[in-house]
Design a protein around this ligand. Structure first.
Ligand code: PEP
Ligand code: MG
Length: 563
């Protein structure tokens, strides 16, 4: 085994020796001890004291709220009631391991029965018991290992408390054998920018000390890499570090071809961070995120306030607002009331809005009013573009564009997220002012794989040549008709795929603001001709993995031939 796959979280790459999280210890046997109760008592006292000191030391080193948690655990270890419980069992001739296991278990039951704050401490008690038993057995304690040097942590999955306590100076990367891209571990890893590959079952056989490369961008772990592979990974990590501190220049290819880099936002409050990270505008404002917890349709006034705040944050910049995309994973009670067997294929997006046209009309009213309210912005008004989600026919395009124009929206477009729209992009773009490709849904619908379902997660890969061909259709139609074609799905945040998408005709890229630096830096290393050649290489592949490899090879070949 030289490499295996999982789901990469983020785009980083890390390398280092593996340290495994020790598995929970098996329950001790309740066979009588061969030692005397006094000898067992001395062993237990030593182990309890050592564990308590270790917890205190770790707490002092971690500081903050972690210190409070660990000090409380240290006190639990030395709790006199527990000591009495343990002693009773030792006097009955049991081993120290079993006495601790059984006494802590019964104390745990009492705590759980109390409920509330004390009930929640039951899991902490388990952790203390495991540590004491591990010490009695002379084996490593379960939990985050401490091999004394930086390491790549390999675990089944992490408890939130473990993840929160990770020392990022020591943990170079993380591999879990379980968990998917939306697991708690993945969410925290993303938040803390930990280079992680989750759900990599093959990691269960990795011995401690093995050197690995964790490539989150590719979702691949390389075992015992060659010196060359290690060098390349290091180079990528260095490039990434320097990309994050590079100047915030407008997105462009190496030959100067502009590729505006825009932000995906769900709340006007996200605007400040997007601007700080160099977003040149907004490529997708997901309006449904504003109203996910609302039970009734938002009023025109409350929408106008939100849109005005958004437009005011981007003076002189393009802001693409998507009208409500309700349904499937984002149901809005006031738009989706019918139970559907297949909500992703149901009354979703523009279909749902059309069925409640008043809500769509009110949203267009609010958008037009916010646009008018920000016209006089001294730094220049934002350039408002409005688009509809889940458009699957030419007729829907005509409907939406005509309606938006009725409300004075000057630039009205559609999202291309359904294969039918991509295949008819030329006719759709004859009516719409622009198209924005939602690669998340386009991949889901092209590969017929629910984007929320872990069991088919491997199909949800926008590198698939079938998806790329559809993007090419839209790019070509946009070029023929002189209409902009943006990308606003997660694919735009993958730097090399971003190059491919530009090679296929995308004119702007929109992504989570934290991804902007990597994409900006990678675009600057390829010309438009390069991008087209790299895209051709990916298109010629049979599947997503080979498309990615073909693009990597094509990109590397170009670099080698450069002076
Ligand atoms: C997409 O489908 O790619 C997209 C950008 O829309 P959402 O993720 O909100 O469905
Ligand atoms: Mg979508």
């Amino acid at each position: 085994m030289t490499e295996f796959r999982g789901v990469g979280i983020g785009l980083g790459v890390a390398q280092g020796p593996v340290a495994r999280m020790a598995e929970p210890l098996p329950a001790p046997s309740d066979a009588p001890s061969t030692a005397t109760p006094e000898e067992e008592t001395a062993r237990v006292r030593e182990a309890v004291a050592a564990v308590a000191r270790e917890l205190e030391e770790r707490g002092a080193a971690a500081g903050g709220s972690a210190r409070d948690v660990l000090e409380a655990q240290a006190m639990m270890a030395e709790d006199p009631t527990l000591e009495t419980e343990v002693d009773t069992r030792l006097q009955a001739g049991k081993t120290g391991e079993w006495a601790v296991f059984d006494a802590f278990a019964s104390f745990r039951e009492q705590l759980t029965a109390l409920g509330g704050y004390l009930g929640e401490r039951a899991a902490d008690l388990d952790d203390v018991a495991q540590r004491v038993i591990a010490r009695l057995r002379g084996v490593p304690a379960p939990g985050i290992p401490d091999p004394g040097h930086p390491f790549v942590l390999v675990a089944k999955d992490l408890a939130p408390a473990d993840t929160a306590l990770l020392d990022l100076d020591k943990v170079l990367g993380l591999i879990t054998t379980e968990g998917g891209p939306t697991s708690h571990t993945a969410i925290l890893a993303r938040e803390k920018s930990i280079v992680a590959v989750v759900g990599a079952a093959a990691a269960k056989d990795l011995p401690d000390g093995t050197t690995v490369i964790v490539d989150a961008a590719a979702g691949v772990v390389t075992v015992d890499p060659t010196a060359d592979e290690l060098d390349r990974a290091q180079h990528r990590a260095d490039e990434r570090r320097s990309a994050s501190s590079a100047p915030l220049t407008p997105g462009a290819l190496a030959d100067g071809t502009p590729v505006p880099l825009l932000a995906n936002l769900g709340k006007p409050g996200g605007a400040a961070q997007a601007v700080e990270l160099g977003a040149e505008g907004v490529g997708l404002f997901r309006t449904e995120f504003l109203f996910l917890s609302a039970s009734s349709a938002p009023t025109v006034a409350e929408q106008r306030t939100a849109y005005t705040e958004l437009l005011s944050a981007f003076p002189g910049k393009k802001v693409v607002v998507r009208v409500l995309d309700a349904g499937a994973d984002k149901p809005l009670p006031f738009l989706n009331d019918a139970h559907e067997e297949n909500p992703a294929l149901g009354l979703r997006g523009l279909r749902a809005l059309r069925a409640s046209e008043d809500i769509l009309r009110e949203q267009l009213t609010a958008l037009a009013e916010a646009d008018a309210a920000t016209r006089a912005n001294p730094e220049g008004p934002a350039d408002l573009w409005v688009m509809a989600p889940m458009v699957s026919t030419v007729e829907e395009t005509e409907y939406f564009v005509a309606l938006a124009r009725d409300y004075g929206i000057k630039t009205a477009g559609v999202m291309v997220e359904v294969p039918s729209s991509a295949l008819l992009a030329d006719r759709i773009l004859a009516h719409a002012d622009f198209a924005s490709i939602g690669t998340n849904d386009l991949t889901q619908y092209t590969l017929a794989a629910d984007r929320l379902l872990g069991s088919v997660a491997s199909f949800q890969d926008p590198w698939h040549p079938a998806v790329l061909r559809l993007v090419r259709e839209v790019g070509a139609a946009g070029a023929d008709l002189g209409k902009p074609v943006g990308i606003c799905g997660e694919a735009a945040a993958d730097p090399l795929l971003a190059v491919v998408l530009v090679g296929l005709g995308a004119t702007t890229l929109s992504m989570a603001p934290t991804a902007l630096a990597d994409v900006r830096a990678t675009l600057l290393t390829h010309t438009l001709d390069d991008a087209r050649r790299i895209a051709e290489a990916a298109l010629a592949a049979d599947d997503a993995a080979s498309a990615r490899t073909a693009a990597q090879n094509a990109a590397a070949r170009k670099k080698e031939t450069q002076p």
